[in-house]
Design a protein around this ligand. Structure first.
Ligand code: 8Y7
Length: 283
């Protein structure tokens, strides 16, 4: 696990990534099975965000549109109504950096105005206006690779060389950001585990993660509770903590600097242990 100083600028604050940090996953999607409606899911999300901050999340990733395979798109107004109150509240109540998980330029701009310091875009700022909105926000950024789109991406993922293709795509998006005037210290990249990838593609990317990290741009990964863990352990999403934590440690040892995770406390502990063992000449 590399321990050279790596910094990420996030709207006036700077994250020190010399030790891997955890980004907590916070989905704000109304629970159609509860009659509590939007207010109940909003309050529950804020509580969960505070819990993750207390457990040591350096970032909290607030998302109002599901990007799971087959998910239906959400309109701008609906997405804003879901995420803005949660971002505002968490911004007031925690020191964690609030991330907004969105591909929409309108949501990026409004979230940044509400106090978000980070934009996590699974479409890597390819929607019209997204690059400009992200540039103007001053936020830290995550550019993620995806093959296809969320509706169809798991139908038949196919690559000539998955590591080379992901790396080339991410390099191109970093170049687009730089051309748009974005400070490279604001940028992180992500191979997008499960986004148009088979189990074998995901494992190959994880084995070769240090090659992505070698480009000097911090690497963020999301493996938490994903079908990769399900396929390897035979477990349902709620029972994938141990498998997810193992993958988080492996990713960190292979150079990942930010780990996106649902189970923040266990992941923080595991990364502390891994970082101490990996540190050289520091005791
Ligand atoms: C990822 C992500 C999701 C990921 C980044 C899930 C929003 C699916 N996965 N963002 N988002 N990386 N950067 O299972 O892997 O959490 S949604």
């Amino acid at each position: 696990m590399p321990s050279a100083p790596v910094l990420l600028r996030c709207a006036g604050r700077t994250l020190d990534l010399s030790r891997p940090l955890v980004m907590g996953v916070l989905n704000v999607t109304p629970d159609s099975f509860s009659d509590g409606g939007r207010f109940a899911s909003r309050e529950a999300a804020i509580e969960q965000g505070l819990r993750m901050a207390a457990e040591g999340a350096a970032l909290i990733d607030v998302g109002g549109e599901s990007t799971r395979p087959g998910a239906e798109p959400v309109g701008v107004q609906e997405e804003l109504q879901r995420v803005l109150p949660v971002i505002e509240q968490l911004r007031r109540a925690t020191t964690a950096i609030i991330s907004v998980d969105t591909s929409k330029p309108e949501v990026m701009a409004a979230a940044a105005a509400a106090g978000a310091g980070f934009i996590n875009d699974v479409r890597a700022l390819r929607e019209p206006g997204a690059l400009e909105a992200a540039a103007a926000s001053g936020c830290g950024l995550c550019l993620m690779h995806m093959q296809g789109d969320p509706r169809t991406m798991q139908a038949a993922p196919s690559y000539r060389d998955v590591v080379a293709e992901v790396r080339e795509f991410l390099g191109g998006r970093v170049a687009a950001c730089r051309s748009a005037g974005i400070d490279p210290l604001r940028i992180s990249v992500d191979p997008g585990f499960g986004f148009g990838k088979t189990l074998e593609h995901n494992l190959t990317l994880l084995r070769h993660l240090s090659e992505l990290a070698a480009d000097g741009i911090p690497v963020l990964v999301g493996l938490s509770r994903k079908s990769t863990v399900g396929k390897l352990t035979g477990r349902d999403p709620g029972e994938r903590v141990y498998g997810s934590v193992a993958l988080a440690v492996i990713a960190a040892l292979n150079g990942a600097r930010i780990i996106r995770a649902h189970d923040v406390g266990p992941t923080v502990d595991a990364l502390k242990v891994a970082a101490a063992v990996a540190a050289e000449g520091e005791d």
